[in-house]
Write a protein that binds this ligand. Structure first.
Ligand SMILES: [Mn+2]
Length: 346
């Protein structure tokens, strides 16, 4: 995949301090893309800093930059510090987010800064008009894949993955591996080509898999069992299943960020299920986080837009509900009943 990077190259050439911004509740792709960009820019002699709205899962800590002064800055721990980094930056690069509101705290800061703004993202309906440059397509597995092809297209890398540091290559691999659920979803021919090039570059695929995917605690595994056995509700007439995760349960199972990763996919392993939903009470109890998954041609992106104040991809989307967790089952089952056929299969 060739990407026109002439504009990006000129923005990078004239920038020194570069803020790399990921989304709220950062996942492997958000973390992989901000850290890969960090390593590339650092190796190029720039001063990049990573800003994340909220903490990342513990198993991703190995992605932290080695230089302690460059540790990822978490808005929820230091919002003034995050705002200062955005204000001082010559260039702001947002990765793996389609709307500035997904930074939760920094939308106004990013809009108001005089710095140039770049978006690199693979979600539907990105806010292209809010950026000076947007590298945005849904025809890739992940932001990390898009970033990989972008880096390869830059003049100094010139198509040679050997010119990316191993840390950069590892970060790219992690984001692609997690967003595709280890090559299960949204995989394109280019995705395998990327994986092949990164492995040839020296990425230890098995090591990363073990670090990132086989990393759970006993209590997380028990929570997963509890969700499937006691919480999964099946709606047979819609070939749908859903689960609710409350703050009380999170407490009982010593919940850590990232622990519910993958729960929403579990019901789709059932032959007859086409749609799955996970509803998670937010820590402050102010809203319910919605995760939606589907098989094949069923489009949960439009479902998320219409009923759940969100969006995403055809087979994976998310959103929020501003109602008590107890009210969600009735709301969700009604939404299934009212889901317009032409949107469901669009
Ligand atoms: Mn992603």
């Amino acid at each position: 995949m060739q990407i026109d990077t002439s504009r990006l190259e000129s923005l990078l050439a004239s920038a020194d301090r570069i803020a790399l911004v990921g989304h709220f509740n950062p996942d492997g792709d958000a973390l992989g893309s901000v850290t890969a960009a960090y390593h590339y820019l650092k190796d190029r002699g720039k001063k990049p800093r990573i800003i994340l709205p909220s903490p990342y899962p513990e198993n991703m800590a190995f992605l932290e930059p080695d230089d302690p002064r460059d540790r990822m800055l978490i808005c929820e721990n230091d919002l003034p510090g995050a705002r200062a980094l955005v204000a001082e930056a010559d260039l702001v690069i947002c990765l793996d987010l389609n709307r500035l509101s997904r930074t939760e705290y920094l939308e106004q800061d990013i809009l108001q800064t005089r710095a140039s703004k770049v978006l690199i993202d693979h979600h539907i309906a990105a806010e292209l008009e809010r950026f000076d440059l947007a590298i945005s397509t849904i025809g890739v597995s992940s932001t990390c894949e898009l970033l990989f092809w972008t880096l390869l297209s830059l003049p100094d890398v010139a198509g040679d993955p050997g010119r990316l540091s191993l840390r950069c290559a590892e970060s790219l691999y992690v984001g692609m591996m997690t967003d595709t659920n280890n090559f299960a979803n949204s995989v394109f021919p280019d995705t395998f080509e990327m994986a092949s090039k990164l492995i040839a570059r020296g990425v230890d695929k098995d090591g990363l898999q073990e670090k990132v995917l086989s990393c759970y605690s006993v209590s997380r595994t028990r929570l997963m069992g509890h969700m499937v056995k006691d919480k999964m509700k099946v709606v047979p007439q819609h070939q749908a299943a859903y689960m609710l995760l409350s703050n009380k349960e999170k407490e009982r199972y010593h919940f850590q960020p990232g622990d519910s990763e993958g729960f929403v996919n579990l019901p789709l392993a059932i032959r007859t299920m086409q749609v799955s939903a996970l509803f998670t009470e937010n820590i402050d109890g102010k809203y319910v986080r919605v995760s939606l998954r589907s098989k094949g041609t069923i489009n949960v992106n439009k479902f998320a837009i219409r009923f759940f104040n969100g969006g995403g991809h055809r087979n994976a989307a998310g959103g929020r509900l501003y109602m008590p967790l107890e009210a969600v089952p009735a709301y969700f089952e009604q939404a299934l009943d009212n889901w317009p056929e032409e949107e469901k299969f669009s």
